[in-house]
Each structure stands twice: as structure tokens, then as C-alpha cells.
Design a binder for this molecule. Structure first.
Ligand code: 13P
Ligand code: SF4
Length: 333
């Protein structure tokens, strides 16, 4: 039986969240894939890299993370003295699930001359087993700093890894994970939509499979897609990523039309991330009130995971390149 007090009926959730945010000295961070009401309440809305930077820099005592578990864990790794709460601890990610740490460790052991460049969408354990973390907005900057003759394992998203391999003419070994949301976009339905809107460009996230990315006019992270939406010259944009990001586009450009790319039957909700969708206003209120569910990470594991995340933050801002890591005495396998 839960020891937590249920929410009193008639609670004004928005007002209560605002009161608790001040009382707790909390910052509310939200990813672009969150429900509009959560995005609107957040102190900061961003992509995975921007949210990591915010989590590392905040003065707040509590971080309420409206996103998925690996994002809240990243916040805790970077800000261990803060209380980090996630409205729903079941908010996972298919990419994280695809990459159990023991299997990843065994794969690394089979390729001792490779470094592990790993997408942030993974567990803390996999981060601890990795050399450098990337997000979709930092992956290109970071990969371009890694010498061409350095063998690389890229996991867990094979579509992002494949996209980078094609763009940079690399042969990174790919872990076979996928995002179930981006995997669900249908090429046939996208082509139908393009026929109906022949002047509309297509913006796609690199987690999409190649048969979607190949039709895109711009491929980029959520923040890159949003930036494109704010600057493209036309009236209509087809958006091949989780459609909750369209909320920010509509707010910025209410007179333009943004159409989410469809899934298999053209009508399903399969382009909505079921993990992100677990968070809602009521759970945000409860986690701020009760300061639970809380992210806790064993200190030894956290320190190992922080090493690969710190490299990402440094390399994404161009502070150091891979060559400098050796000079700094950072052991890369
Ligand atoms: P970005 O916000 O880094 O583009 O990531 C998208 C994503 O899939 C988050 O789960
Ligand atoms: Fe994971 Fe895909 Fe959901 Fe992002 S959209 S959290 S990659 S399942």
C-alpha cells in the first residue's frame, strides 16, 4: 500500500506546481517530446544536450525532470548534490532496453581496439562502459574530432550510427538498437503526404531509418528541427520526429502549418513516444510535493558514467578534442 497522500480533489495543479516549485527551490526541465501542458509549465524546454547542460549548471536544489529515465539519470550524474525527481519512473526508452550492460561489455571485449562512442539514450551502466557520450545535436561535432583511423563502436541506435557512417564515410560498428517511435514512420505514407503538399520540406530526426531520412530536406536533432521550422521560407513543414515538438513550432509560428509524419496505417498513434507520454501534470505535482520517485545512483558508478558525459560536454563545445584526451592522461581503451 502506498504511504503517499493522494491528491486532494479540486487541486489546481498548475497553481500548486508553481507554489511547490518556489517552496522547494526546484527547476522544471522538459524535453520537446513532453505533453504541451508540461512544456508550458517548465522553466526550460530543450533537446537532450541542452537539458544536460541546464542540469549541470542549475542553482536549484531540486530538478524535476519531465522526460525519460536516462535523461533524469544524466541530470543526477552531472548534479549529484541535487534531488532529481522524475514524474514517472517507468518512463524508459526502447534504445536503453536494447542495450543491456553485460551484453555491451561483452561486445566491447570482442573489439579491444575500438573506442565506444555512445548515444545518450542508454543506461548509466552503459555510460560507465563508454568512452564518449553523444546526443543527436553533438554527434557530428564530436565524431569529426575523432581521427579517421580510430576504430569506433557506436551504440545503441543503429539508425543514428548508420546516418553518421554515411555522412562522414566512416565504418563504425553499430549496436542493433532502434527507437520504436522513429522506426514506425512509414515511407509509403510519407510519400503520399509529400504528394499532397508538394512544396512542403521534410525535417527528420536521425533516429529515423534511412528510407525516411532519404526523403528529408533537413536531418537534425529536435533543436535543429525546431530551428529549421523557425526559419524555413514556406508555409508547411512535414515533421518526421515525435509530434509533441510541433507545440513549440505552433507557438513560434501560429500562421504556418506543421504536419507530423505518419506511422504505418497513416492514422496510428505510433509516432507518439509511449514512455514520454507517461508523465503528466498530476504526476509532476506529486513528485514535487513528495520528492519521489527520486533518481539515486551508486557513487562509484556515477563517477565512471560522468567521465564519458564530461567528454561529451567538453567536445561538444570544442573545448578538447580526442587527441587532447591522451595528453590529459585520460585512459581510452
Ligand atoms: P534530441 O532531443 O537530442 O534530438 O533527442 C531525441 C530523443 O529521442 C530523445 O529521446
Ligand atoms: Fe527513446 Fe524513442 Fe522515446 Fe526518445 S522517442 S525516449 S529514443 S523511445
Amino acid at each position: 500500500m502506498s504511504l503517499l497522500t493522494p491528491m486532494p480533489t479540486g487541486t489546481d495543479l498548475r497553481a500548486e506546481i508553481d507554489r511547490l516549485r518556489k517552496e522547494r527551490n526546484a527547476v522544471i526541465l522538459a524535453h520537446y517530446y513532453q505533453k504541451p501542458e508540461l512544456q508550458d509549465l517548465a522553466d526550460f524546454v530543450g533537446d537532450s544536450l541542452e537539458l544536460s547542460r541546464k542540469a549541470a549548471d542549475t542553482d536549484a536544489e531540486v530538478i524535476a525532470f519531465c522526460g525519460v529515465k536516462f535523461m533524469a539519470e544524466t541530470a543526477k550524474i552531472l548534479s549529484p548534490d541535487k534531488i532529481v525527481v522524475l514524474p514517472d519512473m517507468e518512463a524508459g526508452c526502447s534504445l536503453e532496453d536494447s542495450c543491456p550492460p553485460e551484453k555491451f561489455a561483452a561486445f566491447r571485449a570482442q573489439h579491444p581496439d575500438h573506442i565506444a562512442l555512445t548515444y545518450i539514450n542508454c543506461s548509466t551502466e552503459v555510460k560507465a562502459l563508454s568512452d564518449i557520450i553523444v546526443t543527436s545535436s553533438s554527434a557530428e561535432t564530436i565524431l569529426s574530432q575523432i581521427p579517421r583511423d580510430q576504430p569506433v563502436i557506436f551504440g545503441p541506435d543503429r539508425h543514428l550510427g548508420g546516418y553518421l557512417n554515411r555522412k562522414f564515410d566512416r565504418e563504425m560498428l553499430l549496436w542493433p538498437g532502434v527507437c520504436i517511435v522513429h522506426e514506425a514512420f512509414s515511407e509509403r505514407e510519407l510519400l503520399k503526404l509529400k504528394e499532397q503538399h508538394p512544396d512542403a520540406p521534410v525535417a527528420a530526426h536521425p533516429e529515423c531509418p534511412p528510407h525516411i531520412v532519404d526523403h528529408a530536406d533537413i536531418v537534425g536533432s529536435t533543436s535543429a528541427i525546431l530551428q529549421y521550422a523557425k526559419t524555413f521560407a514556406g508555409d508547411t513543414l512535414i515533421v518526421a520526429t515525435e509530434p509533441h515538438i510541433i507545440h513549440q513550432m505552433q507557438k513560434a509560428l501560429p500562421h504556418k502549418t506543421f504536419i507530423g509524419a505518419p506511422g504505418a496505417d497513416g492514422n496510428c498513434n505510433c509516432n507518439i513516444c509511449p514512455y514520454m507520454a507517461l508523465n503528466n501534470l498530476e504526476k509532476l505535482y506529486l513528485c514535487l510535493r513528495d520528492l519521489t520517485p527520486r533518481v539515486e545512483i551508486e557513487e562509484g558508478l556515477r563517477i565512471k558514467a560522468k567521465r564519458s558525459l564530461d567528454r561529451m560536454l567538453d567536445m561538444a563545445s570544442g573545448t578538447i578534442g580526442l587527441g587532447d584526451l591522451g595528453r590529459m592522461g585520460v585512459p581510452l581503451p
